[in-house]
Ligand binder design. Structure first.
Ligand code: NDP
Length: 345
């Protein structure tokens, strides 16, 4: 067991696109748990697009990470020392332990993971926050129905890959948009999309035309993960009574492309004339739906009806670059960092 605590802190706030200079690795002695606490070693660390927002000191749904503080993250970890009666040495747990090799916790917000159910890394992906987001967005927010046409952006990512598969199982016509031929081939072959459009190969006008051709009867549901030119290409195709589940807008997180974005009056007009329902949602308002999500999707993952893919960066030091790559589409599936050995392999 390493006797050092290693953590990555926010060194400075980015101006626009972040760089590795915005992060700093720090190390120190391993802390000892006090009464009521346990010490865990991190095995899997989840990198997620929302972390870009935490780097800015601006008003949002959650507080920013302070300069010098450990970057926030959900992790799967193993309890290695405990003075908390609810957690024993060897327990596998999930919690907000941050970009860190180890964490002390009093158990608040920590959930035990059963390694017998699925690989423990899935608690951060298809059976974790991204999967929960996909399921809530599709079912509760978009109220997607059999026979409808849906467009899913970031179609092969942690959220999108589950949206596409669940939509197909509902009997929808499913169109994905992803970056690159390899991702699109995976979407069509493995994720059951009817069609996937490569936004790298299509400019805004061509993407709009391709979506209109792929959805001759129009689009009923847009599962919005990216904003940017994909959103602008889908808007003109929306049907009367269509729904947009506004989950994310990663293309705009670092401020790129804002100046030449589609003018607000055109978007507003389409919402009015097509009587669209556009609903933003943040998954932490929907924790009450976690048990129903796990009950529905857990068996599908176990028996292979739902597939998932992970992008793994090796070692805590690799986290900053892997995060920067995620913001640019460098991940292919759920982006994880393997911080320590996974006892389940
Ligand atoms: P992904 O695993 O999908 O990774 C991000 C993907 O976004 C990249 O792989 C890339 O896919 C795509 N992307 C990046 N930049 C651009 C761009 N400029 N234009 C188009 N696509 C781009 O991430 P997640 O599944 O974890 O998250 C997807 C979205 O959902 C994010 O916007 C995230 O913030 C949001 N989210 C929201 C939640 C909520 O509670 N509302 C909860 C969880 C996630 P590609 O290469 O295919 O373009």
């Amino acid at each position: 067991m390493s006797d050092q605590l290693r953590r990555i802190v926010l060194a400075s706030r980015p101006q626009g696109t972040p760089s590795t200079d915005n992060f700093r690795l720090e190390s120190g002695p391993l802390p000892r748990p006090q009464d009521g606490q346990f010490l865990a070693r991190v095995i899997w660390l989840s990198l997620d697009p929302y972390m870009r927002g935490r780097m800015d000191d601006s008003k949002s749904y959650a507080k920013p990470v302070a300069i010098g503080d450990t970057m926030e993250a959900a992790c799967v970890a193993e309890v290695i020392d405990s003075r908390n009666g609810d957690f024993a040495r060897g327990d596998i747990v999930m919690g907000g332990f941050g970009w860190s090799s180890h964490a002390l916790s009093d158990g608040t917000g920590v959930r035990k993971i059963d390694p017998a159910i699925a690989p423990i890394s899935t608690a951060l992906g298809v059976l974790g926050m991204p999967g929960h987001t996909a399921w809530v967005g599709l079912n509760d927010i978009a109220q997607a129905q059999s026979g409808e046409t849906i467009v899913v952006s970031a179609a092969t990512g942690a959220v999108g890959s589950l949206v596409g598969q669940l939509a197909k199982q509902k009997g929808m016509h499913v169109i994905g948009v992803a970056g690159g031929a390899e991702k699109c081939a995976f979407a069509e072959k493995d994720l059951q999309y009817d069609l996937c459009l490569d936004h790298h190969a299509l400019d805004a006008e061509a993407l709009q035309k391709a979506i209109a051709e792929a959805a001759p009867a129009g689009v009923d549901v847009y599962y919005e993960n990216v904003g940017g030119k994909t959103l602008e290409a889908v808007i003109p195709a929306m049907n009367v009574g269509g729904r947009i589940a506004l989950c994310g807008m990663i293309a705009w997180y670092s401020g790129k492309g804002l100046a030449d974005a589609m003018p607000l009056p055109r978007v507003w007009r389409t919402i009015l004339t097509q009587r669209l329902r556009v609903q933003g949602f943040i998954i932490f308002d929907h924790f009450d739906r976690l048990p129903a999500f796990l009950q529905d999707v857990g068996p599908m993952v176990r028996d292979g009806r739902v597939t998932y893919r992970e992008s793994v960066a090796e070692g805590l030091d690799a986290a900053p670059q892997a995060f920067l790559d995620l913001l640019e589409g460098g991940n292919f599936g759920k982006q994880l960092v393997r911080v320590g050995d996974d006892p389940a392999g």
